[in-house]
Design a protein around this ligand. Structure first.
Ligand code: NCD
Length: 361
């Protein structure tokens, strides 16, 4: 891929490009991301490199000497965690990833305590952050903000990377990476992530994790995607159009029961009622048929896995937790390793980690 420079394009032109055409502006010359904004930035070779690096890091981290080695890798860098939307697991997962690599961190979680509250523009706030930090990890309720911040920084005298930790209802690329890592690990002894059916269930209209994961899955051979939701919460037309364009087999339905026996992976999600336009509108949608309990477990194939980005509400009953096919807690821990791998790659220490792994494990 020919890398392009963000200083050569106006914000208006950049923001109007289709996502695929934005990628060359976000990439480093060796093909690794500089800014990480969209799932579409990841192709199969890059996903393979990232998932192997995560596994190497996880192996190295098992010993004290390995942890000490990892902690020296990026201890000359500082990261800012800017989370203006509620988060516990993603925040802690990024924080832990930074700690593993020795990256020092600062945080803003409540914008009412920042100067934005005094009327400072977002642009000025971001440039302030970039004066003190070498990376910004950003979660916001606004769709294009991480992208705009990336453009602003790339056009400033301190162009530091932005990592999107969830942008409105649009994208959550690092959640999709940990979901992929979980799928890859779950099937590695059993034919790999190919020729599978992934069933998405719940609020697919507003769940950003589903949107990002659906894109990432298109990189793997012959993965069918099934979208199960009550009609008002069904997946967006833009995702379906992109699946059609990539020739990916898919279908939409509201019959969960029929989809369970064909699934290799079921990806449950909660109702995202924080996005309700009219208070209480989600509560009027009947979601009782989109629940996973012991009756649904009985229909699940022996090798299939049950995933959830968490937090859950009542869509998966806790009775299911002890079944080995319920992988959501492992999935969450995988997030820490894949985010560590991504940060290591962005800061260019992947080769050193790989060499250490080859020599010591
Ligand atoms: C998800 C999110 O924030 O989009 N949470 C997470 O990061 N694991 C899913 C959700 O909130 O439902």
């Amino acid at each position: 891929m020919t890398v392009k420079r963000m200083v050569d394009i106006s914000w208006e032109t950049f923001s109007a490009l289709p996502v695929e055409q934005k990628t060359p502006y976000l990439t480093q010359p060796d093909g690794t991301p500089f800014h990480t904004l969209f799932a579409q930035q990841f192709d199969l070779p890059l996903l393979d490199r990232l998932t192997s690096l995560a596994t190497e890091i996880r192996g190295i981290a098992k010993t004290r000497a390995g942890m000490e080695f990892l902690r020296e890798q990026v201890n000359h860098k500082r990261a800012m965690l800017y989370f203006s939307q509620p988060s516990s697991r993603t925040f802690l997962s990024f924080l832990s990833a930074c700690q593993i690599l020795g990256v020092q961190t600062g945080e803003v979680r409540d914008t009412s305590t920042s100067s934005e509250f005094k009327g400072e523009s977002r642009e000025d706030s971001v440039r302030t952050f970039s004066s003190y930090f070498d990376m910004i990890i950003m979660r916001t309720p606004e769709k294009g903000l991480a992208e705009n911040t990336a453009w602003v920084l790339s056009n400033s005298d301190r162009p530091i990377p932005i990592l999107n930790a969830g942008s409105g209802q649009d994208q959550h690329p690092t959640q999709a990476l940990l979901d992929i890592y979980t799928l890859v690990r779950s099937f590695e002894q059993n034919g790999g992530l190919r020729d599978r059916t992934v069933v998405f269930v719940g609020d697919l209209a507003r769940g950003r994790t589903v949107r990002s994961l659906s894109h990432l899955l298109t990189n793997y051979p012959n993965i069918r995607q099934v979208f199960i939701a009550p009609p008002p919460l069904q997946i967006g037309d833009d995702v379906l159009a992109s699946l059609r364009a990539r020739g990916v087999e898919h279908r939409c339905s509201d019959d969960f029961r029929a989809a369970i026996p064909e699934a290799d992976a079921i990806y449950m999600t909660r109702v995202q009622d924080e996005w309700d336009k009219v208070k209480g509108e989600s509560a009027r949608i009947d979601t009782t048929r989109f629940h996973f309990g012991l009756a649904q477990l009985a229909l699940l194939r022996p090798h299939a896995i049950l995933m959830h980005p968490l937090p859950r509400r009542e869509e998966i009953s806790t009775d299911v937790d002890r079944d080995p096919r319920a992988v959501y807690w492992r999935q969450m821990r995988n997030g820490m390793w894949i985010r560590t791998a991504l940060i290591a790659m962005i800061f260019g220490c992947n080769k050193r980690i790989h060499d250490y792994y080859r020599q010591n494990l």
